[in-house]
Structures are given as structure tokens and as C-alpha cells.
Design a protein around this ligand. Structure first.
Ligand code: FES
Length: 143
């Protein structure tokens, strides 16, 4: 017997097809549900427009309550957790040099593409997130 999923889309919800997955958003609470909660495989989330970021720049985003920094280095997008594990400074307010970011508070240095702590009191490596571009949409894999 096949299982069936019934999704009720009302005036207060919005169903967004993201290609490999979909997202259901409550327009009142802004709460989102993703297909993985219902057995899907992916949890790619559109987080910003590609046109909003240029090479050598970065953006600070709040993605489902997580602070995420998106950096474009030599044409490649990279996403890392934006809060320094040492004392919670915003790394997106730090100093970017090449492929590293220096924490603005106590100068820990992290490699942006890998999240690896390179020096200083950063405590641990940063979480990184996979990034994908579809048209002008930048998507993050948040699983
Ligand atoms: S807050 Fe980043 S090194 Fe201390």
C-alpha cells in the first residue's frame, strides 16, 4: 500500500516548489516546513539573491534562527556560522583577507571555505553549509 501525504494550502499558507524539495510557509507566523519533515531528501533553502553579493564581499543572514555568513571568494560562495565560538562576536563584522576571516573581538582566524580555526582563541572549527545557486537564488543546505 502506498503512503499519501495531503498538504492543505489555505489563504494563510504558501507552497513554494524549490525543484528538489518544497517549502510550506505560514504567512502569519512566518514558520516554515520543509519537505524533509515529510520524508523528502533535501533541505535546500533560498536565503538571498546572487545579485546581492559581489566577489570579495559577504552578507550576514539569519536563516531559521541561525546566524550565517555568506562570503564570495574568487567567484565561489561559501557559508559559515557567523558567530565566533569563543565569545560570540559576529564574524561578518570581522576582517576578510584572502580566504580567511579574522574575528573582530579577539582575532581568531578562520579559513572560510573549510571553517577551520587557523589561529587564536576560536575554540573550535566553524560549521559550514553547502551552497548552491539556481538562477539568481542562493540556496543553503541546512541539514
Ligand atoms: S570572540 Fe572571536 S576570538 Fe574571541
Amino acid at each position: 500500500m502506498e503512503e499519501a501525504l495531503v498538504v492543505v494550502v489555505t489563504k494563510s499558507t504558501q507552497l513554494i516548489d524549490m525543484g528538489c524539495s518544497w517549502r510550506l510557509t505560514c504567512l502569519h507566523t512566518k514558520k516554515c516546513f520543509y519537505s524533509e519533515f515529510f520524508g523528502g531528501e533535501m533541505s535546500w533553502m533560498p536565503v538571498c539573491k546572487l545579485s546581492a553579493i559581489s566577489d570579495g564581499e559577504h552578507l550576514a543572514l539569519n536563516v531559521e534562527g541561525k546566524a550565517v555568513g555568506i562570503f564570495m571568494i574568487e567567484g565561489q560562495l561559501h557559508a559559515i556560522e557567523d558567530i565566533c565560538p569563543h565569545a560570540y562576536a559576529l564574524l561578518s563584522e570581522g576582517f576578510v583577507e584572502g580566504r580567511t576571516v579574522e574575528c573582530p573581538l579577539h582575532e581568531a582566524i578562520f579559513d572560510i571555505p573549510t571553517g577551520k580555526l587557523q589561529s587564536g582563541p576560536g575554540c573550535r572549527d566553524l560549521n559550514t553549509y553547502e551552497v548552491r545557486v539556481e538562477g539568481d537564488d542562493v540556496l543553503l543546505h541546512m541539514a
